[in-house]
Design a protein around this ligand. Sequence first.
Ligand code: F6P
Length: 324
Amino acid sequence: MKKIGVLTSGGDAPGMNACLKTVVEMSYNYGYECIAFRMGYKGLIENDYYKITKDDVKSIFNLGGSYIYSARSKEFMQDEYRQIAVQNIKKSGIKALIVIGGNGTYLGAKDLSDLGVNIIAIPATIDNDVHSTESSLGFDSAVNNATDMIDNIKQTMQANERISIIECMGRYGGNIALYSAMASQADIVAVPEDPLDLEHIYRFIADQIKHGNNSPTLVVAEKQYDVFKLAKDIERDFNHECRAVILGYMQRGGAPTVKDRMSAIRYGVSAVECIDAGIMNVAIGLKNDKIVTTPIAEAVKMHTNFRQDLYDSFKLLNNPRNKA
Ligand code: F6P
C-alpha cells in the first residue's frame, strides 16, 4: 500500500492535532496508509514510527499539544544524523513526508528535500513567523489566550491602581504581543521590531499617569527585558506599585480557536492533495485567505510577518500626546 509519513516538530501549537487528524483521514480517503514519526525529527533519527489510524485520531481534533509528540532535535542539525534520518525515511517506504511546525522545522524540511526526500510543510507555530503564510496554526489561539489573560490582569491591576508589565511569547517576533495588546486595549506595547529603550518606556508611563491612567498596562514581547527587574525599577522611580507577569506556556496550550481549526483542515486537505497530485517540496500557506504553495527553498527565508500597519495604529491610539 502507498504510504504517507507525518510528524510534528518544534514548539507545539494549538491546531497541530486538528491538522494531524485531517492528514490521517485524508491519507486513508486517498488510498494511502499513514505512518506517524514520534517527537518530530528525533523520531526520524531513531526510526520511531507507527501506523496511525483514523480510529487513533478520532478524539484529538480540539486538543492542544501534539498527539504524536513534538521536539526540537539538536542532533538533526548535524549532517551525520540527517543521513540516518534519510535512510530511515527511505526504508519506511513513504511517498512523502508531511512536516507540521515552524521556522526550525522548515529549515529541517529544506535539508531533507535537498537530500531527496519528498516534503510537504505545514505552518504551525504560535509565533506566526513563517514567511510563506499569513497565518500559522496556533497563532490565533495563542493571541486569544494571551488576550483573555491580559483582560483579567488589567481588571485586578485597575482595582489596585498598579502599573503592570505583561510578557508574551513570540521568540524573536512581536506578533503575539502586538495583537494581544491591541485586543486587550493595553496602553503600551514593546516589540523587538521597534525596540523601546527604558527612557521611552518611562516617558510613556509618565504620559499615561499624567493623563489620568493610574494603572497603565505595558505588554512586552519576550527576550527584551528582565520584566521583574523592570517592575521593581518602575515602582521605585515612579513611587507607584508595579507588577510583572510572564504569560509563558499558558499561551501555547489549550484548544485551538475556530480560525486555527479551519486552517488546520484546509492545510491538511491540501497537503494530501498535493502529494497525490505529485506536487512535492512545497510549503502550504494562506494568502488573502486562499491556499497557496511556496517552494520549500523559498519558504525558509526568515521573516517575522510583523504587521507594521497594526503597530502604527496602536501607537497613534495610545500616545496621549497625540490627543487634544
Ligand atoms: O516557537 C514557539 C515558542 O513558544 C516561542 O514563542 C518561545 O520562544 C519558544 O517556543 C519556547 O520554546 P521552548 O518551549 O522549547 O523553550
